[in-house]
Ligand binder design. Structure first.
Ligand code: HEC
Length: 89
């Protein structure tokens, strides 16, 4: 998504943002059902909201704001992995 934003290809970035949003909603459901991962539920729902922000910004042709939100999504990956996903396989 960040690559498409950098290329200023908003159609491709829009479809990326939709996919990311769906993914985060699935994660949110997953962690909600798991029951012992409040922080992960919060991070997943924040990610879904950020994906919505990207979509909104792209619709109003504001690629700069879209990029800021996309970068925040990427930061959220790390936050959740640090806590919920051991880095070493
Ligand atoms: C809400 C928490 C959370 C967020 C946010 C999150 N992940 Fe994950 N991710 C996980 C967990 C937990 C696993 C491990 C799932 C498992 O092993 O069943 C995982 C697994 C992965 C894997 C598979 C790695 C492997 O070793 O199998 C990749 C790749 C990955 N995540 C990428 C990302 C990226 C890129 C983002 C940001 C766009 C992201 N994740 C955001 C929790 C999260």
């Amino acid at each position: 998504m960040q690559r498409n934003l950098a290329r200023r290809d908003s159609a491709a970035a829009l479809s990326d943002a939709r996919e990311v949003g769906e993914l985060y909603r699935l994660m949110q459901d997953y962690f909600t059902q798991r029951g012992d991962a409040t922080e992960a539920v919060k991070l997943a729902s924040a990610g879904a909201a950020l994906a919505d922000d990207v979509i909104k910004s792209l619709r109003s042709n504001d690629l700069d704001t879209a990029s800021v939100s996309a970068i925040s999504i990427a930061r959220g990956c790390r936050d959740c992995h640090v806590k919920y996903k051991p880095l070493d396989p």
